[in-house]
Write a protein that binds this ligand. Structure first.
Ligand SMILES: *[C@@H]1O[C@H](CO)[C@@H](O)[C@H](O)[C@H]1NC(C)=O
Ligand SMILES: *[C@@H]1O[C@H](CO)[C@@H](O)[C@H](O)[C@H]1NC(C)=O
Ligand SMILES: *[C@@H]1O[C@H](CO)[C@@H](O)[C@H](O)[C@H]1NC(C)=O
Ligand SMILES: *[C@@H]1O[C@H](CO)[C@@H](O)[C@H](O)[C@H]1NC(C)=O
Ligand SMILES: *[C@@H]1O[C@H](CO)[C@@H](O)[C@H](O)[C@H]1NC(C)=O
Length: 296
């Protein structure tokens, strides 16, 4: 009997190794065509400094020609970071739609919901469009909904200085699960509130199947958070755990090469190469702002 058990165990071990063969690679896109947040360089540096905590390699670009089929196919996830306005041309939008149809994962941060406002698939992939925000001030946000990696280290009532966004629709209408909401009694919002964004007031959410995918496509995951306006936010360990948890969750869709060796998109480089080049995690689940950068 012993050899049989040994064989079964070996088969399982080989399967596990294959399932995690590829190292997740994520593209950060921070191009702006209207308002530009001065926190963008701080945000990119913070994501790269903490990449090892989620075993990810980040590249960043503001070059819209990087949105082509060949380049996007190398990524397990694309992060839209604090973009504004028309940040992609028609061929870039088509490449992004193709990427999403091929199982690509999507993460939107802060004013990403104020970009490509007329592009239906993009708006659906985010979940709702930004309408306006309350003046920058201290506010309390609440963790709601199911247990999620993006809120596992966030206090149930979290007070921070950030812009409380209002949206032009309820992201729940597209199947999004809201995991952070604004406590409207904790801050002043002079409005006018023009749209019904649902209740509790949505601030961050996820979609198991990103709604921007075509009917015939393979849906990856989508995560969006409206927080992240200030430099100081990007230096806050709680906020970083929120964003990194969201990115890490999105990558585990099983639709890209990171966790699916037959995925159509995702980093084609084996995980071992990334580990030997020094980006292996120390296993520390708590992101440490300011730790040594492993990115470019
Ligand atoms: C935020 O950080 C960037 C550098 O990363 C700097 O250029 C900018 O002035 C900072 N903004 C504020 C308000 O301190
Ligand atoms: C990162 O990868 C290492 C080595 O494969 C593993 O031990 C660790 O648990 C991983 N950490 C995370 C957060 O996935
Ligand atoms: C988006 O649509 C609105 C309403 O039709 C239009 O006024 C605006 O010019 C469009 N913007 C872009 C960038 O296409
Ligand atoms: C991904 O695959 C793993 C292993 O088969 C499974 O445990 C997990 O539930 C899958 N996740 C999704 C989102 O299908
Ligand atoms: C793995 O990727 C292939 C190709 O995209 C897809 O058809 C399949 O459903 C994926 N497997 C899982 C478990 O998502």
């Amino acid at each position: 009997m012993l050899p049989l058990y040994g064989y079964l165990f070996l088969s399982f071990a080989v399967f596990t190794a294959q399932a995690q063969h590829f190292a997740p690679r994520v593209l950060i896109y921070s191009a702006t065509a209207a308002f530009r947040h001065d926190s963008i360089p701080t945000a990119i540096a913070a994501l790269k400094a903490n990449s090892a905590s989620i075993n990810v390699t980040f590249d960043d670009t503001e070059d819209r020609t990087d949105f082509n089929d060949i380049n996007l196919a190398n990524y397990d996830g694309v992060v839209f970071l604090s973009n504004t306005g028309e940040v992609l041309d028609e061929s870039g939008k088509t490449a992004l739609q193709n990427y999403l149809n091929n199982g690509g994962n999507f993460i939107g941060i802060h004013s990403a919901s104020d970009s490509l406002r007329n592009t239906t698939f993009f708006v659906r992939q985010i979940g709702a469009r930004f309408d306006y925000h309350a003046d920058l001030q201290e506010a309390t946000v609440n963790v709601i909904g199911p247990t999620h990696p993006s809120t596992s280290e966030v206090p149930e009532a979290w007070t921070l200085r950030d812009e409380m966004y209002n949206f032009d629709a309820d992201p729940r209408d597209l199947g999004s699960v809201v995991i952070l909401s604004a406590d409207e009694s904790s801050y002043t919002d002079n409005g006018p509130r023009r749209y019904d964004q649902g209740s509790p007031h949505p601030l961050a959410w996820y979609q198991e199947r990103g709604a921007g995918v075509d009917a015939s496509g393979i849906a990856g995951r989508s995560f969006y958070t409206s927080l992240g306006h200030l430099n100081e936010t990007w230096q806050d360990a709680t906020f970083l755990s929120h964003v990194l948890g969201g990115i890490s969750w999105a990558l585990q869709s099983n639709t890209t090469r990171a966790f699916n060796s037959s995925g159509l998109v995702g980093n084609p480089e084996p995980r071992e190469e990334v580990i030997s080049s020094g980006t292996a995690s120390t296993g520390n689940a708590n992101p440490t702002p300011g730790s040594t950068s492993t990115g470019l």
